[in-house]
Design a protein around this ligand. Structure first.
Ligand code: ADP
Length: 228
């Protein structure tokens, strides 16, 4: 379970920017939650708090009853491995093939060689890329690269996948495919947190939608639509 408890984030710089203001909500295991809002509404800041990339100014974020920002530095990587991440810009290693990109994530998690040999093809099949295993990122379309990134995000069997604008660089066909794969992963039991600007994606999902505006949660709908 994920729980944001009265989280505020103020960036001190020239002007003080209130990126999050008194945000509270929880996400149950197995949910598919979309977070929508205009640019600057605080979506990425919200995600960064969960990934322990930044600290709230006040309030706390809990992951499986652990206050993320009280986890000692030495244990933060173990915690992060429970949360797979997917980003708009794919973030694949350009000099590694699809297979190697995923194998690398498994090696980093200390998984044995035998598991890597069996799991990488399996997870590439799951994202319909069994035939592109040996392609480098530049030999894949944007949609295919994002599917490799999703395969990498799930290969260590995280409890949660956070996808921050995963379809932002994709055309409608590839957007549809990526969303279908996220749904499939959710059906297999993984919690999904998706941020998006895409009205079509939200309206087709028919899942929970949290709407943010200027750092605040202004709507939280069980079977939401994109309303802004
Ligand atoms: P979104 O992802 O919804 O576009 P962000 O979370 O990126 O919104 O940003 C929320 C607000 O916080 C914006 O006004 C943005 O300019 C500001 N902000 C984000 N990151 C920083 C930072 N590192 N330093 C200062 N201000 C920031």
């Amino acid at each position: 379970m994920i729980y944001y408890d009265r989280v505020s984030k103020v960036y001190s710089g020239g002007d003080k920017t209130v990126a999050l203001e008194d945000v509270s909500f929880s996400v149950e295991p197995g949910e598919f939650v979309s977070v929508v809002g205009h640019s600057g509404a605080g979506k990425t800041t919200l995600i960064k708090m969960l990934l322990a990339e930044d600290k709230p100014t006040s309030g706390a974020v809990f992951f499986e009853s652990i206050n993320i920002h009280e986890v000692p530095l030495g244990k933060i990587n173990a915690l992060r491995r429970k949360i797979g991440t997917v980003f708009q810009d794919f973030r694949l290693l350009p000099n590694k093939t699809a297979y190697e990109n995923i194998a690398f994530a498994m090696e980093a998690a200390g998984r044995p060689e035998a598991e890597i040999h069996s799991d990488v093809p399996h997870v590439l099949e799951l994202v319909d890329l069994g035939d592109k295993m040996n392609n480098f990122p530049h030999e894949l379309s944007g949609g295919e690269q994002q599917r490799v990134a999703i395969a990498r995000a799930i290969v260590n069997q995280p409890d949660v996948v956070v996808a921050d604008e995963p379809t932002g660089n994709l055309d409608p066909v590839n957007t549809f495919e990526v969303v279908q794969i996220l749904k499939k992963i959710n059906d297999l039991g993984t919690t999904i947190i998706l941020t998006t600007h895409n009205k079509g994606v939200i309206d087709s999902l028919k899942k929970r939608v949290i709407t943010m505006d200027r750092g605040k949660v202004i709507r939280d709908d069980r079977e939401g639509k994109y309303i802004l």
